[in-house]
Design a protein around this ligand. Structure first.
Ligand code: CP
Length: 306
């Protein structure tokens, strides 16, 4: 049976460490891995728009010497004619060695995995999970902060629909001494099922509304976009979309060693003037995404490079 990645919790902490070590080695010694996936093919099946996830997967496979095929929207695949995800993945299993799938419906990657003969990677399923973004985030924090435990993480913006936040909370909740500061308007708070999980593990969190108050005492500020595509009506989106805007003035309140992360794409929630601040690491974070996806492809295909 192929191994899949549907949720960041599919990997143990030790496996995550090995994956991040491998990503670090790939980053330091790219030539060593340049032919690791010769004659292997990655399928990218994207039923929803993407820039970073799809292109970093494709770039990852090219840097490993492999090939890529796929589609970048539902409209350009036979989904537009009514084909199911399960039929599509059955067919793709005979065209490719591994598949990354993004879909607007929660659980779509899981359904694909049940009918797949090749490893399936969840590249985002609706408002549910985005495990490879979480791998990217963990690698970014570990590399730039030097640790994944004893950190105070502020999560700011759309914590209700933001799948990257849901996956990150799950993954970080396994490390020692993690504290979450959840900064959102009441309408966009973290779903109850995630809070129940934190309560069960006795993990420290607070839910607040003021970014100005919270920013003074954080190791990481993880900003998120308000997820327009998941709102049921446009008026609610318009009311919420500019609730938080991180600018120079707010950054002046933050600790000197706080990192600003964002899964991107950014809309208005981080002013471009913040990009010059050395604490703003979101573009570097996107670069880490390619290395961790290279490591993930090698791991799921069980390819070892000596
Ligand atoms: N972070 C992320 O998932 O970006 P894309 O939607 O561009 O893939």
């Amino acid at each position: 049976m192929p191994r899949h990645l549907l949720n960041p919790m599919d990997f143990s902490v030790e496996e995550l460490d090995r994956l991040m070590d491998l990503a670090g080695d790939i980053r330091s010694n790219p030539d060593k891995y340049a032919h690791a996936c010769d004659r292997k093919t990655l399928a990218t099946c994207f039923y929803e728009p993407s820039t970073r996830t799809r292109l970093s997967f494709e770039s990852a496979m090219y840097h490993l010497g492999g090939h890529v095929l796929g589609f970048s929207s539902a409209d350009s695949s036979s989904a537009a004619k009514g084909e199911s995800v399960s039929d599509t993945i059955r067919v793709i299993s005979s065209y490719a060695d591994i598949c990354a799938i993004r879909h607007p419906k929660e659980g779509a990657a899981y359904v694909a995995s049940l009918h797949s003969g090749i490893p399936v990677i969840n590249a985002g399923d609706g408002g549910h999970q985005h495990p490879t973004q979480t791998l990217t985030d963990l690698l970014t924090i570990r590399t730039l902060k030097g640790r994944l435990d004893r950190i105070r993480v502020g999560l700011c913006g759309d914590l209700k629909f933001g799948r990257t936040v849901h996956s990150l909370i799950n993954a970080l909740s396994r490390y020692e001494g993690i504290e979450f500061v959840m900064i959102s308007p009441p309408e966009l708070r973290v779903p109850e099922y995630i809070l129940e999980n934190l309560d069960a593990k006795n993990i420290s969190y607070v839910q607040v509304q003021s970014l100005d108050d919270a920013i003074t005492d954080l190791d990481i500020l993880y900003m998120t976009r308000v997820q327009r595509e998941r709102f049921f009506n446009e008026d609610d989106y318009v009311r919420m979309k500019d609730f938080y805007i991180l600018n120079k003035e707010k950054m002046s309140l933050a600790p000197a060693d706080m990192l600003v992360m964002h899964p991107l794409p950014r809309v208005n929630e981080i002013s471009v003037e913040v990009d010059e601040d050395p604490r703003a690491v979101y573009f570097q974070q996107a670069q880490f995404g390619m290395y961790i996806r290279m490591a993930l492809i090698l791991t799921l295909l069980e390819i070892k490079v000596d």
